[in-house]
Structure formats: structure tokens, C-alpha cells
Design a protein around this ligand. Structure first.
Ligand code: TXA
Ligand code: MG
Length: 321
């Protein structure tokens, strides 16, 4: 049974109690819902992998209420401090070397010498993290390879019955996951996300991109990910009568079903609606026997980079995750 907890003091206290007892609780952040477990408890971390059906080599992000608590577990260089001061709390994850005394279970980092740490901006999430008073490992709260959840209902659809509770804080404002930035020797962008590469580069200068196939550096970069069950066709300039349409701006005519990401062509609005749109079209398409989801072209600037990254994975050949 998966209990739904309200976004109030009692709900936070109940969620924190479950997490401290080694149970699994999904909670909303500004990006997507995370599937939380006590990162210092290896059994809880193992349970996260099992509930998601996630490949074991894929390391998890640890969540903290503030930069000080995050930097108690990893070694922050000057660059990390500068970036954290500008973008935390917020949709940015930093990959840094673990400190020797870091209490996070090795399994959470998939045995790597580095750890991904993040301070979310969502007030309820931060209140929960303060109440737990331990690092909380939280991948997106979906079955591995499927579309990330941006509402408590999405979480229940995928993980209902497999986790103890979901703390319902309503829909997520950003809608795509955090940007993952490796600040090892030189900065490397491992995953585009809620903080744009442009914004980061304005602060710290040029940032390299992870080479395609650098699967072990950013294993969440599995080619097929975020996959709905219907095939996804990108950059559609026309749509067939037996296809569903994910529209951006003036919609193409003739689709069997249409989900509008942003009529005004606003990339923020589109990011916030992306995963919900993929889910809805997938459900409707399955119900009505449609053959696929056609996606209109979305510009690659700003948040468009993260949107196109997720859509590219949704459209990739299946079978590796
Ligand atoms: O917005 C988010 O980041 C959400 C919310 C819940 O905070 N979480 C999330 O977690 O998206 P997850 O586990 O789905 O994605 C974690 C990403 C993956 O791409 C993973 O490979 C990468 O971070 N990652 C984690 N630890 C890493 C490490 N030590 N080195 C390199 N990449 C790492
Ligand atoms: Mg994910």
C-alpha cells in the first residue's frame, strides 16, 4: 500500500519518520518527483533500485537542505562554491569527490569515488530534508526507463504498491530534471536540465559536454530513457490521422489527439508540461489504437536543450534499459 501524505506539517513529519526508518517515500521537488530513501542506509538504497527496476550501475543524487550539509559529504573546490552560491537552492546537481568520512552508502554512488549532490529549491522538499537530517538519495520516482513524474498521480501510476508513501506537493514547476555538472578537474555537463548551460557558462566560462557514450560518467544518459510505450517521431512537419501530436506553438492540423506544450512557444511552460504531455498522449494513444506520437520542432536554446535531450531519449531505439 502506498500512502498519500498531505503537504503539511503532519505529512512532512510522517514522511521524515518513514525515511529515517529506512522506508521509501516519493516527494515533490521543483524539477520532478524524487523517490527518496535514507542515503546512509544501504538497504534503503538497495530498495530504491529494486522499486525502480534500475540498473545497479546507475548512481543516485543525494539531496540536502543547504550547501553546508552537502559540502560536509563532498570536497567542494572554489568552482563548486561559486556555482552553489549562484544556483542553490535550485535545479542543479554537482558531482564532486566524496570525503573519506562521507556516511552515504557506497551503493548510492554505484561505487564511484564521486557523489552527486543537490539542494532543491522546493520549500516542502527542503522542510522534509531538514526533518530527516540525513542525506536523502532520490532518483526520479518512475520505473527505470519510463517518463519522469511531475505529479503525485504520476508517481502512483508507476510505483503505487511498491513504495511506502508519496508526499503530495502538487505539480512540479520546472518539469525537467536538474542539470548535472561534474566539477572534477574541468567542468563537464553530464546532463542538461533546469539550469541552462548558458547561465552556467556566464558564471564560470566554457563547459565541456560529456562525450556521447560516456555511459559510466553519466549513466542516466542511457540512450533510451523517458520512453513512452508508443514510438516517438521528432521534428514532425505534418501529422497522420492515426498519430497523436505533441505541439509547440501553432499546432499541426489533422492529429487524432493533441497535447499543447505551449501555445505561446514559451520554453519554460513547455518544460513544465513535457512529461505530463508524453504520459497523456501515450495513454490516449494506447486506448484508441494510435500508431505513435509526433513531436513538433522545439528550439534548442535555453531550456529547449533539456527538453530536446529528453525527447531524443524518448525517441531512441528501445531495449537497453
Ligand atoms: O531533478 C533531479 O535531479 C531529480 C530530482 C528528484 O532531484 N533526480 C534525478 O535523479 O533526476 P536521477 O537518479 O534520475 O538522475 C541522476 C543523474 C543520472 O544521470 C546519473 O547518472 C547522474 O545523475 N549521476 C549521479 N551520480 C553521479 C556520479 N557520481 N557521477 C556521474 N553522474 C552521476
Ligand atoms: Mg530519471
Amino acid at each position: 500500500m502506498t500512502e498519500t501524505l498531505a503537504a503539511d506539517e503532519a505529512g512532512i513529519a510522517a514522511a521524515a519518520g518513514l525515511l529515517r526508518a529506512g522506508r521509501l517515500v516519493a516527494f515533490g521537488t521543483e524539477t520532478v518527483y524524487g523517490l527518496g530513501g535514507d542515503a546512509t542506509n544501504a538497504a534503503a538504497v538497495a530498495a530504491i533500485f529494486a522499486a525502480k527496476g534500475r540498473p545497479r550501475f546507475n548512481p543516485l543524487i543525494c539531496h540536502y537542505p543547504d550547501a553546508d550539509s552537502a559540502f560536509a559529504d563532498v570536497v567542494a573546490n572554489d568552482l563548486a562554491r561559486i556555482v552553489a552560491a549562484a544556483f542553490w537552492p535550485g535545479p542543479l546537481t554537482l558531482v564532486l569527490p566524496r570525503r573519506p568520512e562521507c556516511p552515504v552508502a557506497l551503493l548510492a554512488g554505484a561505487g564511484l569515488g564521486t557523489l552527486a549532490v543537490r539542494v532543491p529549491a522546493h520549500q516542502l522538499a527542503r522542510a522534509l530534508l531538514r526533518a530527516v537530517d540525513r542525506p536523502v538519495a532520490a532518483p526520479s520516482a518512475n520505473r527505470s526507463g519510463q517518463v519522469s513524474p511531475t505529479t503525485a498521480g504520476h508517481v502512483r501510476d508507476g510505483l503505487g504498491g511498491r513504495i511506502d508513501a508519496v508526499l503530495d506537493s502538487g505539480p512540479c514547476a520546472v518539469g525537467v530534471e536538474s542539470t548535472v555538472l561534474d566539477l572534477g578537474d574541468t567542468p563537464v555537463l553530464l546532463r542538461p536540465g533546469g539550469v541552462t548551460q548558458e547561465a552556467l557558462e556566464a558564471l564560470i566560462g566554457p563547459i565541456a559536454r560529456a562525450a556521447p557514450g560516456a555511459a559510466l560518467k553519466g549513466p542516466g544518459m542511457l540512450a533510451s530513457h523517458y520512453a513512452p510505450s508508443l514510438p516517438v517521431r521528432l521534428a514532425a512537419t505534418s501529422v497522420a490521422a492515426d498519430e497523436a501530436l505533441l505541439a509547440f506553438g501553432a499546432p499541426l492540423a489533422g492529429a487524432a489527439a493533441t497535447f499543447q506544450l505551449s501555445a505561446a512557444g514559451d520554453l519554460r511552460e513547455a518544460a513544465a508540461r513535457l512529461f505530463d504531455g508524453l504520459r497523456r498522449l501515450d495513454e490516449e494513444g494506447a486506448r484508441r489504437g494510435l500508431v505513435g506520437i509526433a513531436v513538433m520542432d522545439i528550439p534548442g536554446r535555453g531550456l529547449g536543450e533539456a527538453i530536446n535531450d529528453r525527447l531524443g531519449r524518448a525517441a531512441a531505439p528501445r531495449g537497453n534499459d
